[in-house]
Design a protein around this ligand. Structure first.
Ligand code: GTP
Ligand code: MG
Length: 430
C-alpha cells in the first residue's frame, strides 16, 4: 500500500450513487474490465451468468451484482465493495443500490467515501431518488462529485441532454456546498469516456471518468474532514489490553490528529488527565500514530478507563453530553416520533437513547426544512435525542467519526437511522 509519512494513503474511496437502473453497476463493471482488474475466470463467470439470465451480451453489472436475487431482479441490493489499482493510484469502490428500498445501504456505502460517482440516465434527467442520494452523501460529508451523464448512446449523444444535467447539477451543488463538480457524458454500456476517450461528444473536452478519479483529492474521509484540517486526537477505546508485567494499554483507531508520545490527553467522559508514555502500532513501538491507524497506547497514570471511553488531545475537547441535536436519515418502516427508544452506537460506545423531539424534515427536491412531528421511511430530518450515558461528540462538520452515530432497534437489532451531530449544513443562495 502506498503510504506517505503523514499516514495518508494515495487511495481514493468512492461510492456510486444515483437512481435505480441508471447504470451504476454497469459503469463499475466497465471500469474494472477496461482497466483489466478482472481475472479471466472472473470475466468468464460474469459471461456465463449473463448467458444463463438470457441477457444478450455480457452484462457488466454482474461484475458487482453478486447475489442471486440481484442478478435475477437486475438490481443491486447490498453495497458491493471492489478494489482496483491503476499505475496512478488505488481505489476502494462501493457500488451502492439505487432502489429507494435500499437507501440505508447506500448511506453505509457513502459514509466512508471521499467522492461520489453520480450516475444519471441522460434520457430521463435528474430523478428524486438521485437528489435524495445527493443530499445524504452531502450530509455524510462527501463534497466532491463526478457526475456521469450516462446512456448517452440512447440519448443520441445530445448536447442539450448533457447541458440540462450540467445546469441542474451546478445549481444543486451550490446548495449542498459541493467543492468540486465534473459532469462527463458517457455510455457505460459501450465504454465511451469511461476509460477510453470517445469522439461521440465533440462538445466535451474534459477528463474521462478514470482520469477524473485519478486526479481527485483523496484520503479525506477520516483525517481531513471535507478539506478542514482536524485539530486534536480522538482515540475511541475499543479494547483494554492487560500487559504481562502489570499495567494496561488502550487500543483503538486514531482519528482527528496523530497521537504522540508525551502528548497530554484527557480520558472522556470522566475528564481525567494523563500523558501518553508509549504507542504500539501494527509495525511495532512508535513515537506517533497517524490518523486511521490501529494503535495501543499506555498512559502515565493508572486511570480507570473502559471500553467506549475516548482518549482525546487536551488542546481541543469534544462536548461531553447526553443531549444531542442531530440530523438523521430515517430508514425504519414505521414512522419516527418523539418518545421512540433505541440503542445509540457512537464510536465504540453503545447506550440506550430516546428521541425527545422531531423538529424538521428536509424536502430533497427544494432542500428546504419544514416543521414536522414525525419522519417516515427515507426521510431526512432534525431531531433531539437524550442518551442514557454521556457521549463525547464533535459536530459532524468537525469530525466524521466522532460526529456520527447510528440508531439500532432494541428488539430487532436492525440499524434504523444514520445520524450526524448538528443541524444539516446547507447553503441556500438567498
Ligand atoms: N443503452 C445503455 N444502457 C445502459 C447503459 N448503462 C447501463 N445500461 C443498462 O441499464 C440497465 C441497468 O443497469 P445497472 O448497471 O444494473 O443499473 P444500476 O444503476 O446499477 O441499478 P441499481 O443498482 O439497481 O440501482 C442495464 O440493463 C444496463 O445494461 C448505457 O450507457 N447505455
Ligand atoms: Mg447496481
Amino acid at each position: 500500500m502506498i503510504q506517505s509519512e503523514d499516514g495518508v494513503m494515495d487511495l481514493l474511496r468512492f461510492a456510486t450513487i444515483g437512481s435505480v437502473d441508471d447504470g451504476k453497476s454497469t459503469l463499475i463493471g466497465r471500469i474494472l474490465v477496461d482497466t483489466r482488474q478482472l481475472f479471466d475466470d472472473q470475466f468468464d463467470a460474469v459471461a456465463e451468468a449473463s448467458r444463463r439470465r438470457g441477457v444478450g451480451e455480457v452484462d457488466l453489472a454482474f461484475v458487482t451484482d453478486g447475489l442471486r436475487a440481484e442478478r435475477e431482479q437486475g438490481i443491486t441490493i447490498d453495497v458491493a465493495y471492489r478494489y482496483a489499482a491503476t499505475p496512478r493510484r488505488k481505489f476502494v469502490i462501493a457500488d451502492c443500490p439505487g432502489h429507494v428500498q435500499y437507501t440505508a445501504n447506500m448511506a453505509t456505502g457513502a459514509s466512508t467515501a471521499d467522492l461520489a460517482l453520480v450516475v444519471v440516465d441522460a434520457t430521463a434527467g435528474l430523478k428524486e431518488q438521485t437528489r435524495r442520494h445527493l443530499c445524504i452523501a452531502s450530509l455524510l460529508g462527501v463534497n466532491q462529485l463526478i457526475v456521469c451523464a450516462n446512456k448517452m448512446d440512447m440519448a443520441g449523444w445530445s448536447e442539450t441532454a448533457y447541458d440540462r444535467i450540467v445546469t441542474e447539477m451546478e445549481e444543486l451543488s451550490r446548495t449542498l456546498a459541493i467543492s468540486s463538480l465534473t459532469v462527463i457524458p458517457i455510455s457505460a454500456l459501450d465504454g465511451d469516456n469511461v476509460v477510453e476517450r470517445s469522439d461521440a461528444a465533440p462538445y466535451y473536452d474534459g477528463p474521462t471518468v478514470l482520469e477524473a478519479l485519478e486526479i481527485a483529492p483523496a484520503g479525506g474521509w477520516a483525517g481531513v474532514h471535507g478539506g478542514r484540517a482536524a485539530e486534536a486526537t480522538r482515540l475511541p477505546v475499543q479494547w483494554i489490553l492487560r500487559q504481562p508485567g502489570g499495567g494496561r494499554t488502550y487500543a483503538g483507531m486514531v482519528d482527528g490528529a496523530p497521537i504522540r508520545v508525551g502528548e497530554e490527553v484527557v480520558v472522556l467522559p470522566d475528564g481525567l488527565r494523563s500523558t501518553v508514555t508509549e504507542i504500539t502500532t501494527p509495525s511495532g513501538p512508535a513515537q506517533a500514530g497517524g490518523v486511521g491507524l490501529s494503535v495501543s497506547v499506555a498512559l502515565a497514570d493508572d486511570l480507570d478507563v473502559s471500553r467506549g471511553d475516548m482518549i482525546v488531545g487536551a488542546g481541543d475537547l469534544p462536548s461531553v453530553t447526553t443531549e444531542l441535536v442531530a440530523t438523521v436519515c430515517w430508514f425504519g418502516s414505521v414512522p419516527l416520533t418523539a418518545g421512540s427508544r433505541f440503542r445509540i452506537k457512537h464510536t465504540t460506545r453503545t447506550t440506550p437513547a430516546i428521541v425527545t423531539a422531531i423538529e424538521t424534515s428536509l424536502n430533497v427536491n427544494d432542500l428546504t426544512l419544514s416543521p414536522v412531528d414525525r419522519l417516515i421511511e427515507n426521510d431526512i430530518g432534525v431531531v433531539r435525542l437524550s442518551a442514557a450515558s454521556p457521549l463525547a461528540v464533535d459536530t459532524y462538520q468537525h469530525n466524521r467519526i466522532t460526529g456520527s452515530f447510528v440508531l439500532v432497534d432494541e428488539v430487532t437489532n436492525v440499524t434504523v437511522a444514520a445520524g450526524m451531530v448538528g443541524p444539516p449544513t446547507l447553503h441556500h443562495p438567498d
